[in-house]
Design a protein around this ligand. Structure first.
Ligand code: NDP
Ligand code: 7N6
Length: 307
């Protein structure tokens, strides 16, 4: 692969300023920002947030997200276009956000922040606040993000269990289950944190039955992808108090529609897919792309290649 242009698609602006990404990647290979009218050839590396059909004409496409569920992997394989993703860079950002959700639920911070605008001094009932220490969290997906969540939960004194495809043990997780044991894994957890990719296996994985298995004082956190959870089942579980609450960064439609009931559901924390946001996202992506440019120059295989 001989790369003679880095084309940065305007969709990267969904995660960081386009100009910052252009500047971070400036080097020996010419870099330019491109829009939807651009065409591509076998000398191009495209850096993008979203897929476009025209990218299949490039040599290599780098997606600036860990999740690549929006990309047609089979089409990339058929076209012989390399596709790489950005897993590996979210081990601090997303887990820190998850700690924020867990702490808010346990210490009721979201409730008091809601009341602050009304100068409302009301204190929550005695039995509502609890500590994270000693509570069980089930981390579903133990890759970059899941491991980061597990490390932090362990440091907070939580009892950490997890689920991953391989079932292989990993640090800070007392017991690792396989996906076919999901029901058992979530049953006794105070928190269930979704950190897996959206795939054929995980789509709709959190359905009414699984939510019914969860503790009624349990909380669901979704930093994965919206469709991993069945929307109606979650809304019903919140309305009927089958579970105590949910924090959602990933949604079924993004932006979440204005009229969506979750916006003012008192037991939900809604964030607009920002768990991974950081002021150095462009640098983290540039480091990944530069590493792969060096690898192509040495004739080595690409890191994070998914097609
Ligand atoms: P990784 O590839 O590092 O980890 C994925 C993990 O999911 C692996 O542990 C894998 O198991 C596990 N997994 C796969 N299938 C299943 C399944 N059926 N049941 C349980 N576990 C499963 O990915 P990242 O940690 O980097 O990212 C994970 C996902 O998080 C992304 O795909 C994306 O959708 C989402 N994401 C969201 C962000 C946000 O802003 N909210 C930011 C970044 C990512 P094994 O280890 O056995 O392979
Ligand atoms: C944008 C991160 C991912 O999959 O969904 C996230 O990486 C987006 C900052």
């Amino acid at each position: 692969m001989d790369i003679d242009r880095i084309a940065i698609h305007e969709s990267v602006a969904k995660a960081c300023p386009l100009e910052a990404m252009v500047a971070a990647l400036r080097g020996d290979v010419p870099v330019e920002a491109v829009g939807d009218d651009a065409s591509f050839d076998a000398g191009d590396c495209v850096v993008t947030f979203s897929p476009r059909d025209a990218f299949l004409d490039a040599a290599w496409v780098h997606g600036i997200r860990a999740g690549y569920d929006e990309f047609d992997v089979a089409a990339y394989e058929a076209a012989g276009t390399a596709l790489t993703n950005s897993t590996g860079i979210h081990g601090d950002t997303v887990p820190e956000t998850v700690v924020g959700y867990l702490t808010a639920f346990a210490r009721r911070l979201h409730v008091y922040r809601d009341r602050q605008g009304d100068s409302d001094w009301t204190q929550e009932p005695y039995d509502t606040a609890f500590t994270l220490t000693g509570e069980r969290v089930c981390v579903v997906g133990l890759g970059t993000i899941g491991q980061g969540v597990a490390d932090r939960a362990d440091a907070l004194g939580m009892d950490v269990v997890g689920v991953r495809r391989s079932g292989d043990p990993t640090e800070c997780v007392r017991r690792v289950f396989t996906p076919d044991e999901l029901n058992t894994a979530v049953a006794d957890a105070r928190f269930v944190v979704l950190c897996c990719p959206l795939t054929e296996e995980t789509e709709g994985m959190v359905d009414a039955a699984l939510l019914g298995t969860m503790r009624d004082d349990g909380y669901l956190v979704n930093v994965a992808r919206g469709p991993v959870v069945v929307e109606d089942a979650l809304l019903n579980a919140l309305d009927t108090e089958t579970i105590a609450g949910a924090a959602l960064d990933a949604h079924w439609a993004e932006p979440l529609p204005e009229e969506h009931p979750l916006w003012d559901h008192e037991s939900a924390i809604v964030t607009p897919h920002v768990a991974a946001f950081t002021n150095r996202y462009h640098e983290d992506i540039a480091a990944l792309v530069r590493e792969n440019l060096d690898r192509t120059a040495r004739g080595e295989s690409l890191r994070n290649r998914v097609a």
